[in-house]
Design a protein around this ligand. Sequence first.
Ligand code: PBG
Length: 320
Amino acid sequence: MIKRPRRLRASKQIRDMVHEISIDKTDLIYPMFIIDGDTEEIPSMPGIKRYSLDDLPSALDEVATSGVNAVLFFGIPKEKDEMGSQAYNDNGIVQRAIRLTKKLYPDLIVIADICLCEYTSHGHCGVIENGRVVNDKTLPLLAKASLSCARAGADIVAPSDMMDGRIGEIRNALDDGGFENILIMAYSVKYSSAFYGPFRDAANSAPSFGDRKSYQMDFRNKKEAIIETQLDIDEGADIIMVKPGLPYLDVARTVNDMFSVPLAIYQVSGEYSMIKAAALNGWIDEQAAVIESLTAMKRAGAKMLITYYALDAAKWLEEL
Ligand code: PBG
């Protein structure tokens, strides 16, 4: 036998020497829920909490200790209304959380998720007229929310609404407001997915009627991933994203091969909760399953990994 592939797998040292893909702590982005109220556990996401502003500093201490450099904030307001006005209130919960975070940890990268669904009484990601989500009336509100988060000190805004034309609208508003250095991380390829279930529980943002299929993408399609990404880059996206993660690695690979901006993959709430639930039952090795899944996402082309396991993964990487 001339070729024996097993020679390259013979010992840990040889395997470590020849391995191709690894995760770096600097790849990890930690999503956090900030609630205008008291800190709460999230039943469908054991280990993840909705933090009050009072408890945010100690949660941020944990982030800093872990060595993770970036957080992604979702706000859960006290009051919701038809137009999601707390999303663009300079004193809204997410704006206050950003200001506090930047005061305590100026070097921590703060990414603000930009969407209306956590802030609207109907739970949809845009303005409703005659039972439909109206694209063009939503755009100025997304721009206002982005500006408001930029003013609070966010380094990056991450629109997750899937309205057409939002990246251009947000880029213009940021530039006009003197925020030409704020980055846009676009949720370019966001499928309408059952894997967001636990998030909607966490953010209390399930739509009160209908579903999100008229704006989020159809999982039967791949070509529209290319169109969405092209549009976002043309309109000024600095970073693109594919979401969910593991079921969509083929899409991530294609998009990463075609476009020359950094790619993030979001391991979403359902992916987290599936591993967590199996682990809590003793059915799966949690640490191994998480590192394997995240490594697979990097192998598919992701530079950044957005994951509720970020702090654990940072710790586990040191133990490998
Ligand atoms: C807001 C938003 C959602 C997620 C990220 N931003 C929910 C949705 O679109 O319903 C999902 C994240 C997750 O499941 O972890 N639009």
